[in-house]
Design a protein around this ligand. Sequence first.
Ligand SMILES: *[C@@H]1O[C@H](CO)[C@@H](O)[C@H](O)[C@H]1NC(C)=O
Ligand SMILES: *[C@@H]1O[C@H](CO)[C@@H](O)[C@H](O)[C@H]1NC(C)=O
Ligand SMILES: *[C@@H]1O[C@H](CO)[C@@H](O)[C@H](O)[C@H]1NC(C)=O
Ligand SMILES: *[C@@H]1O[C@H](CO)[C@@H](O)[C@H](O)[C@H]1NC(C)=O
Ligand SMILES: *[C@@H]1O[C@H](CO)[C@@H](O)[C@H](O)[C@H]1NC(C)=O
Ligand SMILES: *[C@@H]1O[C@H](CO)[C@@H](O)[C@H](O)[C@H]1NC(C)=O
Ligand SMILES: [Zn+2]
Ligand SMILES: [Zn+2]
Length: 570
Amino acid sequence: MGSLFLTFVGLSFVILINHSIQGAPPGEQKSILPSCSLCNLVVRGIFQSFEIGLTDEDIVDNIALTCISRSLYDEEICRGVASAAIPTVRYIYNNSLVDPGNVCGILMQEANCTFSDREKLEWSIAPSSIAKPDVVQLTLPSAEMPTIKVLHLADPHWDPEYMEGSNANCGNPLCCRASSGPITQSEDSAGYWGDYRKCDLPWRTLENSVEQMSKHHLDSAYIIWTGDLVPHDIWSTSREENMLIHERLLNLVKRFFPDTPIYPTLGNHDAHPVNTFALPEITDQELGTGWLYQDAERLWTKFGLPSEASSTIRHGGYYTALVQPGLRIVSLNTNYCYTFNWWTLSSAKDPASLLSWLTKTLEAAETAKEKVHIIAHIPPGNGDCWTIYCREFDKIINRFESTVAAQFYGHTHNEEFKIFYDEANDTRPINVAYIAGSLTSFTNLSPSYRVYTIDGQRPDSSWSVLDFSTWTMNLTEANEKGPMHLPEWFELYQAKKEYALADLSPKTIDEFFSRMLNDDALFQLYFKNYYKATDNFVSEGCDEECRKKILCRLVTNMSNNSNSNVKYDE
Ligand SMILES: *[C@@H]1O[C@H](CO)[C@@H](O)[C@H](O)[C@H]1NC(C)=O
Ligand SMILES: *[C@@H]1O[C@H](CO)[C@@H](O)[C@H](O)[C@H]1NC(C)=O
Ligand SMILES: *[C@@H]1O[C@H](CO)[C@@H](O)[C@H](O)[C@H]1NC(C)=O
Ligand SMILES: *[C@@H]1O[C@H](CO)[C@@H](O)[C@H](O)[C@H]1NC(C)=O
Ligand SMILES: *[C@@H]1O[C@H](CO)[C@@H](O)[C@H](O)[C@H]1NC(C)=O
Ligand SMILES: *[C@@H]1O[C@H](CO)[C@@H](O)[C@H](O)[C@H]1NC(C)=O
Ligand SMILES: [Zn+2]
Ligand SMILES: [Zn+2]
């Protein structure tokens, strides 16, 4: 075999590996693949290496060599990421589950990229056979009506190997570990409570955060937990360690909230290999995701989910549970829309039957006059959620706008809203997704969590979100004070008060969006909170391009229309 060809194959994989190492950086919309033609070249190189009979070991060796010669990452990282990913890519290729000419269109979310056969990727779910009820104007409850408090934990990313004093400024995807290499200057040393650089949180900070939550919010009716418990060491994760992290964190929350129900979801980092959620049809022990769903089912029911949730968790990592008479939680596994999940590249229609099940579940809730809160990790409409999936999800929200009282997500690590609009009249806002900032500081973000006030307790409550507040702490300050002082948590903002909102209804959030277009001071406030007031970001300021990016994120309904939003251009 020509060495030139092997170099080509090696480079192709390295670009792909780099793409998956970078992931979709929190808050970013775009894939790091620079162009469609390069992407197609990469895909060709990878598939040719399978065709000519290279083994997984050959390919991993080749990737390691290329990684070293290009001084991209340590050999261990390239080998780790490659050997975890290649069996899945090979399986999808080998079983003709993917059209090579369609891959880049998905990876790049159609931006400038063509498909060899886009029709093959198309699917839609059957619309509900029950006619949509008339939309009744939402009336918010009067002040004396009872409310409940709900705690939202997003993206803790606990790093069991976090080490104070280790190198926080390393070249790896995750630093602040004994293995992060030598320190050349004292500023590179990892802090005691965590670090704003490429580091996840140490146990002590997570423990402190949950203790702090219990001090102030023990009266929460329940906790929603939107996934990503595992650290960003994507080259060295394992099934066993991921599940151990899962169990230890659930135990931690249970220790401080013994009587509070927890409603969890799975994040893209909770799988091993990272992002890899196989279709339920894949029963192969090595490639399948059954191990994760079975263990999630075991832990989640042990920590309080009703046993009716079991069968769908085991099937596809999703479930529904009645919280109180009148309120139902629907927990989705949106990792099936993630463009970094290799299985999204296969031509699967409605992966794990998730959206058909969602339709049926919402029909039953509507009939029973229940309201629904949707929780999941990746927000549909985000740049890394596949467009066709988002479109089908939007249709369901349109049909069930009167039943879905609110949606809650994590994954972006930022503090955000996303507004959903009427398909038939795109000036009419119909629903709001609340996206909570991460507990982890990865990267350059202060740790945070949220508390919602929700109209609740009566079976006929609207169960709409009336307000929320975000709590945070300053890692620089905590590290300066050192181990003898506990970090000081404080309320960063209350949504209604901060933005002078009458309520948090879709209509008011849409008006808030419109106000920000013309009121820069208001936008700067949103921008500050988007980054949780973390110095590095806030002091950099937000130029016109940044402003457009952050504002568009509020209103994009399909991942690929972020730059063509008519409203912003007005
Ligand atoms: C690929 O497919 C061939 C037959 O088409 C089969 O013999 C082989 O085991 C498959 N390899 C993998 C890794 O699935
Ligand atoms: C599409 O290609 C044009 C010309 O090459 C480029 O200017 C533009 O930024 C590309 N758009 C996206 C979304 O990549
Ligand atoms: C999505 O947004 C586009 C452009 O703003 C609009 O034409 C379309 O109707 C919207 N679709 C849905 C489902 O809201
Ligand atoms: C579209 O929605 C807006 C806002 O709710 C409303 O004012 C307008 O009358 C609607 N247009 C049509 C054609 O229904
Ligand atoms: C965090 O604390 C440091 C050190 O006391 C201070 O310089 C910085 O301004 C604080 N940041 C915020 C956002 O309060
Ligand atoms: C976005 O995707 C839709 C198909 O879902 C396609 O019709 C449209 O052209 C795409 N838009 C852009 C800007 O690529
Ligand atoms: Zn995350
Ligand atoms: Zn995530």
